[in-house]
Design a binder for this molecule. Structure first.
Ligand code: M6R
Length: 605
């Protein structure tokens, strides 16, 4: 959840590099932000020989506090927080010092045994200044230093005491090095000619280097002006292979759009093309997944995922079932609580970030019980990609807006290819042709959407209901999630047939119902029947349709999508719903890219 950056080797620019890195990581949490610089004598902030400055609220507050302040340290660490222990206040913001201010520590994750350690340290006379679990670490380091350990040994000893999940980093007064360690929280090193970085995610330092080293669980790293070294828990050197990231820094800018989300919505024709490149042929009659050439067709499939990715998983399960393969989607957070029989299942984790704690934990559980696992993810080198037996990359490029948009579209496209390539689907020709045409179909929606005026018309609505059947059911759920997370208005998605089993009681003239009805098949026909029920209760109806079901007759507004296969129409329909949510949120002047209380990457269970 939180974002971490560290920098060594840019002596005159450390603070600027940290703040720039934090601005690229703010999507991971934005309750508070802070920096600590060391390697030279402290000059500002709380009484400390490591300079620390931190502020509650968005990064802007920290920038304001630093205005005109000189922090000349030659090494540093920075943090943007999504609170778990303690409210988002200045004192709970990271980094945290020890009693003497000789050490500063920041952390992403949860320290499960912090209370017992804290009680012990308080009994030993340590002075705690925050409510966080993290603060035990600088005090543990302080104890080890007092016992004669050097900074690296003290850091290692403190980390060995904590249980839970962490990407953790520390700087020490008069020590020109940054120390870090990882367990169940992402951490990546950036390698430049004469500077080194650490971060929760590559965009934090992508402007400076494209060479990265992904750290694994249980590993420690030391970065200093002479170089970098990774060791295991016992201090033995670990050989790490640097990778080159393929996307450039431009991709993490807004390119003239007001918000990342709008930029990312408009990137979809390109990112879908990228997802399908080399996987669907030009003629639209073949799919191939080279990476799975040797993978036996699954006899049954379980999906695990959260949030938007869970909606993609529901859709994926339907693709497999339609191809005759038993398949079910599970909320990853529930999977371990009530584990289903594993049988011969291939367990597929759908996760944009590849770092979602609930999804990783479900995948680990499946693997522990003998299942073969596959990650459908956007992030090369992510935990899911590395831990699963197989990885399928959705190739959507970095997504900064907290609300998933282009990655949902690419998840659906990649799942289509996966299902078609690993099963013998009766209807494959039409589905493959529709996939080939998908990028241009999405472009057509972007060119002509009337979503902005529809959003304006219903901006005062009490609630928004989204309904769909078959492939359009997960799209309805996703449309409602987009609407609620960025507008803060009540929105729910339902299987269209369920409306009359309860939710219809909520329907009034102030609750627009957004109905997705594509094609002329049974699902669309029955959805039209459900729309009539809504219309009879005077609720406004917004139809997302290709016009083949006749639903327009009952709709107050139409958001059109091109005629295509119901599977790919699910993608174009979701683009209309992304735009509807975006324009509603823009008219309400919401914080679209960083909705309140949310974070992009949820690395705690
Ligand atoms: O990185 P993941 O796909 O595993 O993230 C799972 C959810 O947290 C995520 O899909 C979330 O629901 C979306 N950002 C909401 O738009």
């Amino acid at each position: 959840m939180c974002g971490i950056i560290g920098c060594v080797g840019r002596p005159d620019e450390t603070l600027g590099v940290l703040i720039h890195g934090l601005s690229k990581l703010e999507y991971r949490g934005y309750d508070s932000a802070g920096v600590a610089l060391a390697g030279t004598e402290g000059t500002v902030g709380i009484e400390s020989t490591v300079d620390i400055e931190k502020r509650a609220g968005k990064l802007e507050n920290l920038r304001g506090a630093l205005d005109g302040v000189s922090m000349p340290g030659s090494v540093g660490i920075g943090h943007t927080r999504w609170s778990t222990h303690g409210p988002p206040t200045d004192r709970n913001a990271h980094p945290h010092p020890d009693c003497e201010g000789n050490v500063a520590v920041l952390h992403n994750g949860i320290i499960e045994n912090f209370q017992e350690i804290r009680d012990e340290l308080v009994a030993d006379g340590h002075d705690f200044r925050s409510d966080t679990d993290t603060e035990v670490v600088p005090h543990l380091i302080e104890e080890a230093l007092q016992d004669g350990a050097n900074p690296e040994e003290a850091f290692r000893e403190a980390v060995s005491r904590i249980e839970g999940s962490y990407a953790i980093a520390a700087v020490f007064a008069d020590t020109e090095a940054v120390f870090c360690a990882r367990q169940d929280s992402p951490l990546v090193l950036g390698l430049d000619a004469d500077a080194y970085y650490l971060a929760s995610d590559v965009p934090a330092f992508r402007d400076y280097t494209d060479r990265v080293v992904y750290m694994d669980d249980g590993e420690f790293a030391r970065l200093d002006p002479e170089g970098w070294a990774v060791t295991d828990a016992s201090g033995e050197p670990v050989e790490k292979e640097p990778h080159v990231v393929e996307w450039d820094a431009e991709e993490t800018g807004k390119s003239g759009y007001d918000h990342y989300m709008m930029k990312e919505i408009h990137e979809q024709p390109r990112t879908l093309r990228e997802c399908l490149r080399g996987r669907v042929d030009e003629l639209g009659d073949q799919v191939q997944l080279e990476e799975f050439a040797g993978l036996a067709p699954p006899s049954s499939v379980q999906f695990v995922a959260c949030g938007t990715s869970y909606h993609a998983a529901l859709y994926g399960a339907q693709l497999f079932r339609e191809a005759g393969v038993p398949a079910q989607a599970f909320l990853a957070s529930e999977y371990r609580t009530s584990p289903p029989p594993i049988g011969n299942n291939l367990v597929i984790g759908v996760t944009q970030s590849g770092e979602t704690a609930d999804t990783l934990s479900a995948l680990r559980e499946a693997s522990r019980r003998g299942a073969s696992t596959l990650a459908v993810t956007n992030v090369i080198g992510s935990s899911a990609a590395r831990e699963c037996d197989h990885a399928l990359y959705i190739r959507a490029g970095p997504e900064i807006g907290v609300a998933a948009s282009k990655t949902f579209a690419s998840q659906l496209a990649a799942l289509n290819v996966l299902a078609l390539a690993t099963t013998r689907s009766a209807d494959s020709r039409a589905a493959i042709g529709a996939l080939r045409d998908l990028p241009s179909d999405v472009q057509a929606v972007l060119d002509e959407s009337a979503s902005e005026s529809v959003a304006r018309e219903y901006i005062d609505a009490d609630a928004y209901f989204f309904i769909g059947r078959g492939y359009q059911y997960p799209v309805a759920l996703e449309g409602a999630l987009k609407m609620k997370e960025i507008t803060y208005k009540h929105a729910e998605g339902f299987a269209a047939g369920e409306l009359k089993h309860g939710p219809l009681a909520l329907v009034t003239e102030r609750t627009p119902v957004i109905a997705i009805a594509v094609g002329d098949g049974d699902a669309a026909g029955k959805t039209v029947g459900n729309i009539k029920e809504v219309e009879a209760r005077n609720a406004p109806v917004i139809a997302v349709t290709d016009g083949r079901s006749g639903v327009e007759r009952y709709a107050d507004h139409v958001l059109p999508v091109p005629e295509s296969h119901p599977r790919t129409a699910a993608v174009t329909a979701s683009v209309q719903l992304q735009l509807l949510a975006y324009h509603s949120a823009a008219q309400l002047d919401r914080s679209i890219d960083k909705p309140r209380n949310l974070a992009k990457s949820v690395t705690v269970e």
